[in-house]
Design a protein around this ligand. Structure first.
Ligand code: PRT
Ligand code: MG
Length: 215
């Protein structure tokens, strides 16, 4: 039986921005996940299929070899830890910034002085903990799964650590960014074992993606 290749992707911006890269490698999905409830999407290539999973689940599928490769944001990869994964390429897609944000008018400089305690709401506890530890600021991290922007508005936290791209969400909720933590983009991730056992299938895709990113 010919070897099968499974690619894990999330719906939305990552899927949209990955389509041209797949096309460059001659891979065309049979349908778009936005128009379908299918979780396994075949492609024009009989041995290559896509699986559609939550963005934060992509590294897990690839780590355990349920998918051979995938595309995940650096935010998701830092929180996952990267175990069992090779990260051969920064694809420079789905770009954004990890920022600290507060309600407009909140005195962040004062509140984040050493010696005080800051309440931080975030979906990214590892990134947030590391950032504030490096500054020597004591924090209580409140883990949320979405809509972090609400937390400072209702007194759940003093600030949030979240991704910002246009800044429209912050603006619409009377928040402002006060600190830049990191620039974020999405990376190609490959299962470490598959990199060896499926080299002949995987390598042309990695090389094509690398060329597409450079051009
Ligand atoms: O949406 P869902 O809860 O299913 O999962 P997800 O948010 O993890 O997935 P998705 O598809 O929204 O994001 C996938 C990846 O895209 C993330 O892991 C990031 O690496 C990257 N990315 C790029 C972003 C953004 N830009 C972004 N703006 N991920 C999320 N956002 C959110 C942000 O959290 C905030 O709520 O968009 C809002 C801010 O956007 P602006 O344009 O208003 O600033
Ligand atoms: Mg989202």
């Amino acid at each position: 039986m010919p070897q099968q290749l499974t690619i894990a992707l999330s719906k939305g911006r990552i899927f949209e921005e990955t389509l041209p890269l797949l096309a460059a490698a001659g891979i065309v999905p049979s349908e778009a996940p936005e128009n379908s409830r299918k979780l396994i999407i075949p492609t024009n290539h009989p041995n290559i299929r896509l699986v559609i999973v939550r963005a934060s689940d992509v590294p897990t599928y690839v780590q355990y070899g349920a998918a051979d490769l995938g595309i995940a944001g650096k935010d998701v990869l830092i929180e996952h830890g990267g175990e069992g994964l090779c990260q051969p390429l920064d694809l420079n897609i789905a770009q954004c910034r990890m920022m600290v944000a507060v309600q407009k008018g909140f005195d962040y400089a004062h509140a984040s002085q050493a010696g005080k305690r800051l309440r931080v709401a975030t979906k990214y506890p590892s990134i947030a903990a590391e950032h504030f530890a490096a500054k020597g600021v004591h924090v209580d991290i409140i883990k949320l799964y979405g809509s972090m922007e609400l937390a400072p508005l209702v007194g759940l936290s003093d600030c949030i650590v979240d991704l910002v791209s246009t800044g429209n969400t912050l603006k619409a909720n009377n928040l402002e960014a006060v600190e830049h933590i990191a620039n974020i983009s999405s990376r190609l991730i490959v299962n470490k074992a598959a990199l060896k056992t499926k080299y002949a299938l995987l390598n042309p895709i990695v090389e094509t993606f690398a060329r597409a990113v450079q051009s």
